[in-house]
Design a protein around this ligand. Structure first.
Ligand code: ATP
Length: 338
């Protein structure tokens, strides 16, 4: 399909640097997620790639061709936004055939293509309905079918599942993931929902204040965050100030073997809740709060020197007593130099 390459892409609105010198490549057929706090520039980045915004500086290439100044209608990009923006004076089928019609695809072919997509998205029986009579999840599927009907070289999704209930989101993301695997279309996926992004995307871009903080696989971003911002933003992390000397990690309240190859100095240790186990290890802590969330119990604990720890236990194994001794799996620690 298409490789997208951004070089030094910058978008400034008066005093706001919405996208600040971003360079990255989305590989052919890759699903790239964009995550970051509200206002960090995710939508602006997507709108630049689609052609709805003009770059202040930098270039955008599709397969090596400079499209920085190509209007959106000539980029052959499929778009799905949070607001479904379906045409209400047309049936579902007409919504899906509209794009191909504008591209000069013959009637029989565009109807076949639309019906096939509606079937793939499990809404074949809705073809003749008026979009206004559909549920949010059904409308979202129509929006996806419409975006895919033009056989886009690039699919851009901006919060496509906002407003859907948790169960439906789960179903749709599994189905959408499988469909995109089948189609192999290069996809940029902007979302607030990290879990969704991690599950659905090959790589993630973590943005903050217009900048890219890290680009990596979900595993890399979670297990080896590039800095404290990423560690804090993606998932739950304990960030513990520590000192390393001769292979020993001094957390203040406990000493551990440092991960192999950790240089001496002041560091921040990133320890995910699942790095701790309740087995009489060297970290003493007092459990202050417990939250039952079904699949696990989240506990907030405090070490004698005042470090707060977020822990996670299987429901059957959550400790009753408030005083606990924990071990830490050093292979699950990530050390950031200061
Ligand atoms: P959210 O997650 O809340 O949707 P976002 O990460 O998508 O946020 P953007 O919508 O890209 O963020 O906005 C990035 C920054 O650019 C924000 O500070 C925003 O106020 C600013 N901005 C976006 N569009 C415009 C505009 N048309 N004019 C002026 N400033 C804008």
């Amino acid at each position: 399909m298409t490789t997208v390459s951004l070089q030094h892409l910058t978008k400034r609105y008066d005093e706001t640097l919405a996208v600040d010198d971003v360079s990255l490549t989305i590989d052919d057929g890759e699903r790239m997620g964009v995550v970051g706090p509200s206002g960090c520039g995710k939508t602006t980045l997507l709108r630049l790639i689609a052609g709805f915004e003009t770059a202040t500086e930098g270039t955008i290439q599709y397969d090596g061709d400079d499209v920085t100044h190509v209007p959106p209608e000539d980029r052959n990009v499929g778009l799905v936004f949070q607001s479904y923006a379906l045409f209400n004076n047309m049936s579902v089928l007409q919504n899906v055939t509209f794009g191909p019609k504008m591209h000069g695809v013959g009637e029989a072919e565009r109807r076949d293509r639309a019906r096939e997509l509606l079937e793939m998205l499990d809404i074949g029986e809705l073809a003749d309905r008026d979009p206004q009579t559909l549920s949010g999840g059904q409308q979202q599927r129509v929006g996806l079918a419409r975006a895919l009907a033009i056989e886009p070289r690039l699919l851009l999704l901006d919060e496509p599942m906002t407003g859907l209930d948790a169960k439906l989101k789960q179903t749709l993301r599994t189905e959408l993931g499988a469909l995109l695997d089948d189609l192999g279309v290069t996809t940029l996926y902007v979302t607030h929902d990290q879990e969704q992004a991690m599950e659905m995307c090959d790589r993630l871009v973590v943005m903050n204040d217009g900048d890219v903080e890290q680009i990596g696989t979900p595993t890399a971003v979670y297990e080896r965050p590039a800095n404290e911002f990423v560690a804090d933003f993606v998932g739950t992390s304990n960030r513990i100030p520590a000192t390393v000397r001769d292979g020993t990690l001094d957390l203040g309240h406990a000493r551990l073997d440092a991960p192999d190859g950790t240089p001496d100095g002041n560091v921040t240790v990133v320890a995910r809740p699942e790095a701790f186990a309740l087995d009489g290890g060297p970290v003493e802590a007092t459990i202050e709060n417990r939250f039952y969330v079904g699949e696990h119990v989240r506990a907030i604990a405090r070490t004698p020197d005042g470090q707060e720890l977020t822990l996670r236990f299987d429901p059957g194994q959550a400790p009753e007593k408030s005083q606990v001794s924990l071990s830490v799996d050093r292979d699950r620690l990530h050390v950031l130099s200061q």
